[in-house]
Design a protein around this ligand. Structure first.
Ligand code: ZN
Length: 195
């Protein structure tokens, strides 16, 4: 049985929650980030003091009172070295938008937030898009009777966008233990041969 797509990305350890990911990327406390996520509060506006008690599962740090005096954007922008004009771009944005465009899209890390140089971060956003295009191309090729036989036998191909060619692209790959493609219920519904 060949590995499925989920086999390639099956987690081998617990993954952080989204608010934990964003908090780590922005260098902010989890409770502050979670408060923004839950309320949809814009990042350029300090949090109202009565928002925090909603999150009882996370201990409130001693500096929490500062979150209602200064905006999260100001703190992140100070760390990133953004001037007032650069901060204005994020006015009215949610924490998700700040994370997606600022960190994932590389807009905030054009300076050196967390010491991540621009040339490392920016290609990663493109890398993700490129992977999607290649995956869609494989689907089209596989569904064409003339092109399908030309597909390589290897299930997994990896290309490091930060390195030039030549690279070893094809990788041997087995089914990942514990993946959903080995689940009897999954197989019964979708059919093992189509996985
Ligand atoms: Zn699988």
């Amino acid at each position: 049985m060949d590995p499925c797509l989920a086999c390639l990305y099956w987690p081998t350890r617990p993954r952080p929650n989204r608010h934990e990911l964003i908090a780590a990327a922005l260098g902010q406390h989890q409770l502050r980030v979670l408060s923004h996520m839950v309320t949809g509060h814009a990042v350029n506006v300090p949090l109202p003091p009565d928002v925090l008690p909603i999150m009882r599962d996370i201990p409130t740090p001693s500096e929490a009172h500062l979150w209602s005096q200064r905006s999260l954007l100001d703190d992140v922008a100070d760390t990133a070295g953004l001037d007032a004009a650069a901060r204005e771009r994020w006015h009215g944005c949610t924490i998700d938008q700040l994370y997606r465009d600022g960190i994932c899209g590389g807009a905030l890390v054009t300076t050196t937030l967390q010491g991540v140089p621009q040339e490392v971060v920016v290609p990663v956003a493109h890398q993700s898009a490129l992977a999607g295009v290649l995956l869609a191309a494989q689907l089209l090729v596989a569904s064409d009777p003339d092109l399908a036989p030309r597909r390589p036998e290897s299930t997994e191909v990896r290309y490091d966008v930060l390195q030039g060619l030549p690279q070893v692209l094809a990788r041997p790959r087995k089914v990942t233990t514990g993946c959903l493609c080995q689940d009897p219920d999954f197989q019964e519904v979708f059919g093992a041969s189509e996985v």
